[in-house]
Write a protein that binds this ligand. Structure first.
Ligand code: NDP
Length: 404
């Protein structure tokens, strides 16, 4: 890394101060993790406190650069806690290894029959490729065959236990692929699917009208509007994309802090949002006499072992903070964060609008971006709060005024 930094300093004209900064941020272990490593890139980490899931209260570390995310998650979590908490039944945790055969539609029936007749053998091949998974109670469980135009997908469902399972399942899928090639099939590819329908996590909650009310709006009115926003996300993909982005604000932040692969979770979530129907909102809300019932179902294959989880001191500390001890528990907590995040966003949209709360927090980033020092940020934010119109120019002026 030191040699790379030196070379980059020459090509990109980095000065000594910048070089020293990159060196200070670097950690020897991360040089083992990625190619061409030069330094670490830090993101802010905060916590959601008092997230009540299945009767247990969690402290959840969250990593994000977006100012409003942790504030909103805490807000949603508190309203649900005071209404009774989240219920998230234990998920099944299976990941699909997809072995795709090139096969003409008029052969499909015959090929499919052969595959299903040999399903036990395919499971044995998969398990022989990763015997440790079966030994600890998991492993390949089921084979399904899906017909596609010109292809057949042999989907091997693998119980991956406490890991996310990508590498384990890829190894198994490739073994099945080699076996099928040897049997004379034309294998196009063998890899896991990130559409984790074998690892769906559902979470529900009930929020009382009391917890939904604002100073100017009755709880039942807020509930009504949130239910309409939820309905809108079921019928309009433009709204659904933003609805789901809000959910993923919380989910990604918790997933990153847990050391898991958030790209995998993102891919799965959005694919599931359009699985067999037009793209739609992942979380839904319905009114009842006492308030709102919320539900989120999302595919989540998360690990508490494997990959780079618990390799760093930071990752170990995060698990000590959250006291999460299984992948199923992690999925339940992460899904609950997603629903809390969605509640906070919809409640803001249904009442004051999203910008009121957002901008208060954005002002801090804006102050920093125009050069305010730590001890100047509060004063700049206070000045901006008094203005009708805020942009970089007005932020600069506010800073200059403070410094005068
Ligand atoms: P690993 O490849 O690290 O495999 C899991 C490891 O955990 C194995 O070494 C396994 O041991 C060990 N382990 C210990 N205890 C348990 C337990 N109780 N249950 C399960 N495993 C246990 O990780 P994954 O297979 O989970 O793959 C995750 C990584 O794959 C992530 O880094 C991800 O970014 C990456 N990835 C993602 C892809 C995608 O999403 N499309 C594609 C490719 C990679 P043993 O060896 O004895 O089984």
């Amino acid at each position: 890394p030191a040699a790379r930094r030196q070379r980059l300093a020459q090509t990109a004209n980095l000065n000594q101060e910048q070089l020293d900064f990159l060196k200070r941020q670097a950690s020897p272990m991360n040089n083992e993790l990625v190619e061409n490593y030069i330094s670490d890139y830090r993101l802010p980490m905060g916590v959601v406190t008092d997230l009540l899931v299945n009767g247990r209260t969690y402290l959840v570390p969250m990593v994000t650069e977006e100012p409003s995310v942790i504030a909103a998650a805490n807000n949603g979590a508190k309203r649900v806690r005071l209404s009774g908490g989240f219920t998230a039944p234990k998920q099944t945790h299976q990941v699909i290894g997809q072995v795709v055969l090139v096969d003409q539609p008029d052969h499909h029936e015959r090929t499919k029959q052969w595959l299903l007749d040999h399903a036990d053998q395919l499971l044995q091949v998969a398990n022989a490729a990763r015997p440790s998974m079966k030994a600890r109670g998991g492993g390949a469980r089921q084979v399904k065959v899906r017909e596609l135009p010109g292809y057949l997908s042999v989907d091997v469902y693998v119980d991956v236990q406490e890991a996310m399972g990508a590498n384990s399942v890829n190894t198994m899928a490739e073994a099945v692929g080699h076996f099928l090639s040897d049997q004379g099939f034309h294998v196009l590819t063998a890899i896991l699917s990130n559409l984790f329908v074998g690892s769906l996590q559902t979470v529900t909650c009930h929020v009382t009208n009391e917890q939904l009310a604002t100073k100017t709006m009755a709880g039942s009115q807020v509930a009504q509007r949130i239910a309409q926003l939820s309905e809108l996300a079921q019928v309009d993909e433009f709204r659904a994309a933003t609805h789901n982005k809000g959910i993923m604000n919380g989910i990604d932040a918790a997933v990153i802090a847990s050391g898991n692969d958030w790209r995998s979770v993102e891919a799965g979530a959005h694919a599931y949002a359009a699985d067999g129907h037009p793209y739609r909102g992942l979380a839904t809300w319905q009114t009842d006499k006492q308030g709102l019932r919320g539900q989120l179902t999302i595919p989540l294959s998360l690990g508490i072992v494997g990959g780079s989880i618990k390799l760093s001191q930071q990752s170990k500390i995060n698990y000590q903070l959250s006291q999460i001890h299984s992948s199923a528990e992690l999925a339940a907590v992460v899904a609950s964060i997603g629903l809390a995040q969605n509640l906070a966003a919809l409640r803001a949209l249904a009442t004051t609008g999203i910008q009121a709360g957002h901008m208060q927090l954005q002002y801090r980033s804006l102050a920093l971006s125009v050069g305010a020092k730590d001890d100047e940020v509060d004063a700049v934010v206070a000045a901006l709060q008094k203005l009708d119109h805020v942009d970089r120019q007005t932020a600069k002026q506010a800073l200059e005024k403070i410094r005068r």
